[in-house]
Design a binder for this molecule. Structure first.
Ligand code: C2E
Ligand code: CA
Ligand code: CA
Length: 396
């Protein structure tokens, strides 16, 4: 609970002194406040604030003592802003912004003291968090350059029908080809590209690459195959995304029906925009898959309402299925629902022969996982199709 409090200060009264511990900030409702700093033993006025202005916030933001003295010039009414109101916001703020704010406050305190060069290092972050924020700025800058220079590669993990091992499609999974560090997995950078908006450009590039590679893969398979592309929340925020992706596909010469767009289940939870996006994508001819099913907002109730064609059952379900009878019961029920609703089920992360065997017994239609094949560079994926003639021998 945030507490909002009004306080009245008579003309001439001191609200706080320089050096005091700060536990609240103030918003002036009526009256005027003089701000003064002590220099060589004298109070020097630096500002006069009036109705609608905020003061005393610096000490709340960085926890350092008050940088100035505040005195009421009139009978003054203020709204008190408590530390907890600010702290909640600070804790949720982007660490990079917090770092920058901490530095700005340091500088401002130096200027107020008349010693801009002699800054203390007061920070709104501890040293570890500060280093993390600096690393974060560096990696974001590197990523920006990497997107410009197209330093990425898409790997392809086969998706097969069960139990015959026929390759029905591939999931495109991006990697960062770092000039010094080598291949970097998406878990280390996708969220940064999402938060910085870089995912929009990267996603368009992945789409184009995946379409081109699908054409190559298809020439080595007699049956029609699809390629799956992962879409993140930030991309969906662009209301023209489906149209733009369809334009890319057509330019490359791929029908959108050969492309499956994977969105995570959690995006559905509170987002009307996601539902519109699914409709748009279907109108453009794409098929839509619900990824990581079981990890997010696991309500089955919306399944029948959505025009989705595929459910990707998360690896955690596949792993736990053989460990507890309860998980097995959930898996069985889930597969039955997908069959009743005629939704394709793809079990993800199959890395064990007993998991594969059980999924086949439960009637799971499709699977993907290290046991079947790892994500592969395009040349290896083509080779796999050539050598297997489009059917991977499963260890059943
Ligand atoms: P995801 O969509 O759930 O992709 C499946 C991840 O599981 C892949 O990790 C894959 O390598 C891994 N995997 C597959 N089979 C197995 C298995 O048997 N065992 C285990 N332990 N793991 C398995 P990867 O390639 O590191 O991708 C991680 C995540 O990065 C993806 O999770 C996806 O959310 C995201 N991602 C990848 N490429 C893109 C992209 O182009 N765009 C967006 N927005 N996200 C992407
Ligand atoms: Ca996926
Ligand atoms: Ca997944």
């Amino acid at each position: 609970m945030t507490s909002v409090l009004h306080k009245r200060f008579p003309k001439g009264s001191v609200l706080f002194n320089q050096g005091d511990v700060g536990d609240c900030a103030y918003l002036i409702d009526q009256g005027r406040i003089a701000i003064a700093v002590e220099r060589q033993g004298k109070l020097v006025p630096v500002n006069i604030l009036s109705s609608g202005e905020l003061f005393g916030e610096m000490a709340l933001l960085d926890g350092a003592p008050r940088a100035a003295t505040a005195t009421a010039l009139d009978d003054t009414l203020v709204t008190v802003i408590t530390l907890e109101q600010i702290q909640e916001r600070m804790n949720n703020a982007d660490p990079v912004l917090r770092l920058m704010m901490g530095m700005l406050l340091d500088r401002l305190r130096g200027i107020l003291r008349g010693k801009p060069g002699s800054m203390r290092t007061v920070s709104t972050l501890d040293t570890k968090a500060q280093q993390a924020a600096i690393d974060r700025i560096k990696i974001e800058t590197e990523l920006r350059q990497a997107v410009d220079k197209r330093q990425f590669v898409v790997f392809y993990q086969p998706i097969v029908s069960l139990p015959d091992g026929l390759v029905v499609g591939f999931e495109g999974l991006v990697r960062w080809q770092h000039p010094e560090k080598g291949l970097i997995a998406p878990d280390h950078f996708i969220d940064i590209t999402e938060q910085s908006g870089l995912i929009v450009e990267l996603g368009a590039w992945v789409t184009e690459r995946a379409c081109e590679d699908l054409l190559r893969l298809q020439t080595w398979h007699q049956k029609p195959i699809f390629v799956s592309i992962n879409i993140s929340a930030r991309q969906i925020a662009d209301s023209d995304l489906a149209q733009k992706m369809a334009d890319i596909a057509r330019r490359v010469g791929v029908q959108p029906s050969k492309i499956k767009l994977e969105i995570t289940e959690s995006l559905l939870a509170n987002n009307q925009g996601t539902l519109c996006w699914i409709e748009d994508s279907r109108t453009q001819g794409f098929s839509v898959a619900l990824d990581d099913f079981g990890t997010g907002y696991s309500s089955l109730s919306y399944l029948h309402k959505l025009p989705i064609e595929t459910l990707k059952i998360d690896r955690s379900f596949v792993t736990s299925m053989l460990k507890t009878p309860r998980s097995m019961a959930i898996m069985r029920a889930l597969l039955r629902i997908t069959q009743d609703l005629q939704i394709q089920a793809i079990a993800e992360g199959i890395d064990d022969a007993s998991e594969l065997k059980t999924l086949c017994e439960l009637g799971c239609g499709f699977g993907q996982g290290y046991l079947i094949a790892r994500p592969l560079p395009i040349a290896d994926a083509v080779n796999l199709l050539k050598t297997s003639k489009g059917r991977i021998a499963l260890p059943l």
